[in-house]
Design a binder for this molecule. Structure first.
Ligand SMILES: [Zn+2]
Ligand SMILES: [Zn+2]
Length: 191
């Protein structure tokens, strides 16, 4: 990272491109630092690549590095992203009937309804997801949903049709959110 800083500082143009390509290889793990570097040195292509790896709640230190013109774009981008990823997920949960004491329509090939307990668990799970700071962790959390963080081995025992750390509504919910991530326009659309 220091070499890249020096290169940009002294405007060694012949070295800038290989350097940026090298930085790209540090994605996604060092996305936050690379975003900071790209913003500082006004490297749009690098920024566009790195910003995709920030999660719904990137740490404040990253955002503090953003120059003023980018803050507005980021706010719009982030709001749009949340609306597309979390909006339909919450809508899905809220549109389920939840009149029964447990989730119904097991394996009938239709969307199941939702019980009060599963509803609370799923909404709490979404709230947990919203706190994630990196996109790889976010996607991993979708691949491996854990509804009850406090009881990872699955003691959510109130719903007889959705035992353990699972709800029949999870697969549909994950699909909806993954589609939202795909559909979300990049930061560059808001600049
Ligand atoms: Zn249930
Ligand atoms: Zn359920």
């Amino acid at each position: 990272m220091e070499v890249a800083e020096a290169v940009e500082k002294y405007q060694v143009f012949w070295a800038m491109n290989p350097c940026q390509q090298r930085l790209v290889t540090y994605l996604p793990e060092h996305a936050a630092e690379i975003v900071g570097h790209a913003v500082k040195h006004d490297v749009d292509s690098l920024l566009a690549q790195a910003v995709r790896f920030l999660g719904p709640s990137p740490c404040l230190d990253v955002l503090k590095k953003f120059p003023a013109h980018l803050v507005m774009a980021w706010v719009e981008y982030q709001k749009n992203w949340r609306d597309l990823v979390f909006g339909p997920a919450i809508q899905y949960i809220e549109s389920r009937e939840y009149v029964t004491s447990y989730c119904n329509n097991v394996a009938k090939g239709e969307d199941p309804d939702i019980c009060r307990i599963c509803r609370i668990c799923l909404l709490a799970w979404l709230a947990q997801l919203e706190k994630i700071d990196s996109m790889p962790s976010f996607k991993a959390a979708l691949k491996n949903p854990l509804l009850d963080q406090k009881h990872p081995r699955g003691e959510k025992e109130w719903c007889k049709n959705c035992p353990g750390n699972y709800c029949q509504n999870l697969p549909a919910l994950v699909r909806i959110m993954e589609a939202g991530i795909e559909a979300a326009p990049p930061l560059s659309n808001f600049l």
